[in-house]
Design a protein around this ligand. Structure first.
Ligand SMILES: [Zn+2]
Ligand SMILES: [Zn+2]
Length: 431
């Protein structure tokens, strides 16, 4: 019997059993590779991996319907947040407004189109795509209809989610505000309050929602009992939707979401090394060259990341100086050292503290996005401080190198497969 025929047959069983409480599904932990069972219904409990502590399933009683309401509200608030001025600067009677999109446009106008595109993607486009993508899949599902290409759209939502950084942008606005209050009068517009509401709605939609609810509606997983007789080596966990597929033959694809299947992320260690090396090389220009150029009444001056922190520190804003220093200097360093350490330990087949090393990976993966803070601060300052010879801020070359460090380290963390920490120590040898 072929693999495809097998999975189809067990899905049929699963459909019959879907409403039976207590049915168990077999899943593979994405962080350590241990296979274990979880209850099929998300109402039945919060499940952490017994070996590494990774979250396997959230307990939630709120389903697709509540996620639709939150995403719909978020869509309305998104329009408000983008239609009105976010922040207004008043310098000696001259007024400059900035919408979120003008922060991206200002970078483009000053010749840094690469940074403009990053800000546009991370602060506006991807958050919008995420809301629209969720609604596209969930509204028809709620009405009992399966929308075209639902599995592709929902699989891409996971990736979009990683790169949507509204909360980091908001922090950037706050830092920008503090930097400007000594220079001019700064007023928050209606859009800034909408933006805060938008972040709260999006976080709520994520917190109360388990994506498995949608995956199980698109195609139920076979019960664990149906997989028990299969050779474990023929089962591959899908990176896209988490389904354990029974695979036979070359280049298999997931039965549920059509993602290409791999036992581990392909060439994870080599790709992560290549990206880390690139990031280390870029780290030098990022810190040596100015990230912004200031022109106040004819006096021109460049400011590197460290000088930006010093300015906040000497202005008495030490909590913010620490925050910017942490996000812009410490986090990239920690990420590079943390990932380098994990890669070396995997190559040396270390058995030392597997659970703690997996935690290091989770931290490295989670904190990376916050380094975009300085780029968002720059975008806000460039968009607002445009008063000709009186006061102007323009982006510097260091900013491009810095943004490249942030993006390459984020991709490096994503390329590495933490299950290899456990594989290298022989912890997954039983299958
Ligand atoms: Zn685990
Ligand atoms: Zn899949």
């Amino acid at each position: 019997m072929s693999g495809a025929a097998y999975v189809h047959a067990s899905v049929h069983d699963a459909a019959a059993e879907i409403s039976t409480p207590g049915r168990l599904l077999l899943v593979e932990c994405e962080d350590c590779g241990l296979r274990q069972t979880i209850p099929s219904r998300v109402e039945d409990g919060h499940v952490d991996c017994v070996r590494c502590g990774a979250l396997l399933s959230k307990r939630t009683t709120r389903g697709v319907e509540q996620a639709i309401v939150l995403n719909m509200t978020a869509l309305i608030v998104f329009v408000l947040a983008n239609a009105f001025p976010f922040i207004t600067l008043n310098l000696q009677g001259r007024v400059q407004n900035a919408e979120i999109v003008s922060a991206a446009y200002a970078l483009y106008q000053d010749g840094m189109w690469e940074l403009g595109i990053l800000v546009l993607l991370f602060a506006i486009a991807l958050p919008l795509v995420k809301i629209l993508g969720n609604l596209y899949v969930m509204i028809p599902l709620h009405m009992g209809v399966r929308p075209p290409a639902a599995r592709f759209v929902f699989r891409w939502m996971e990736l979009v989610h990683r790169w949507a950084m509204m909360e980091v942008f908001l922090l950037g606005v706050i830092v920008g505000y503090v930097k400007l209050i000594s220079l001019a009068t700064v007023i928050f517009g209606i859009a800034s309050f909408s933006f805060v509401a938008l972040i709260i709605l999006v976080v709520a939609a994520e917190t109360f929602f388990e994506p498995r609810t949608v995956w199980e509606r698109l195609r139920p997983s076979p019960p664990a009992s149906a997989l028990a007789s299969i050779d474990p080596k023929e089962l591959i966990s899908c990176h896209g939707c988490g389904l354990l597929n029974h695979t036979v033959g070359a280049h298999p694809h997931c039965e549920r979401c059509d993602a290409p299947l791999h036992h581990r992320k392909p060439n994870g260690v080599a790709r992560a090394w290549a990206l880390i090396t690139t990031a280390i090389v870029l780290y030098f220009p990022a810190n040596i060259y100015p990230v912004m150029k200031l022109n106040f009444a004819g006096a021109k001056q460049g400011a590197t990341i460290l000088e930006g922190c010093k300015e906040l520190l000497f202005g008495g804003m030490w909590p913010l100086a620490l925050l910017v220093f942490f996000a812009s200097v410490t986090v990239p360093m920690l990420k590079l050292c943390g990932l380098g350490f994990l890669l070396v330990s995997v190559q040396r087949r270390s058995k030392w503290r597997l659970r703690e090393r997996t935690k290091i990976y989770r931290i490295v993966d989670a904190i990376g996005r916050w380094s975009m803070l300085d780029i968002f601060v720059l975008a806000i300052l460039v968009a607002l401080v445009r008063f000709g010879s009186l006061a102007t801020i323009t982006p510097g070359t260091g900013a491009i190198a810095f943004a490249a460090v942030v993006v390459t380290t984020m991709i490096a963390a994503e390329s590495f497969d933490p299950r290899q920490i456990w594989d290298a120590a022989g912890a997954n040898d039983e299958r």
